[in-house]
Write a protein that binds this ligand. Sequence first.
Ligand code: HEM
Length: 171
Amino acid sequence: MHVAGKKQMDEFIFARVLHVLSVVLWIGGVAMVTTVLLPVLSQTKTVSERMVFFERFRCRFAAQARYTTLIVGLSGFYMVHVLDAWHRFMLLNYWWMHAMVLIWLVFSVMLFILVPLAKRRQLLEVTEQSLVVSEKAFVKIQRMHWILLILSLITVAGAVAGSHGWLMFGV
Ligand code: HEM
């Protein structure tokens, strides 16, 4: 580790605290949407009613997730820099480092590019009330959330195990 003194060590630990707190808020929110909100919504009468509610919920969550993903990314790359751990991206037993960056990229593209684009299109073309989607599209949204949640949880498990010394695939 490239740790010069106690001050840098404390800064590193602070970055780790921020990193984990932001991950908890962000992935915890994804877990809530996937395991509670979407199943409850799927029992709501019409698909368009569900989508109106879901869109409102998602807007609020997206606003907060933008901050948490930003903090996760900044604290994460800061830790890679302090640990001088760039070489890990070349090693298979650090698969959880790749997984962290991948999950972060997927969410960042969604939050900072796809959601704003979709919102703009929506504002131009239709009002919220006329949002019509098929039952099939709603099932697809649910499936997407499950996939992202499972991948995120595998990443969290791998990152906790790996950063505390349990490296799979030998070495
Ligand atoms: C740009 C994206 C990211 C980077 C560069 C990054 C980088 C890092 C680094 C360098 C560490 C410390 C590793 C060590 O001590 O050996 C770490 C720990 C960790 N990261 Fe990330 N990370 C990123 C995104 C994520 C995401 C998206 C998640 C969750 C899905 C996540 C969850 C964790 C967890 C749970 C730990 C372990 C903390 C601990 O047990 O002390 N990270 N990350």
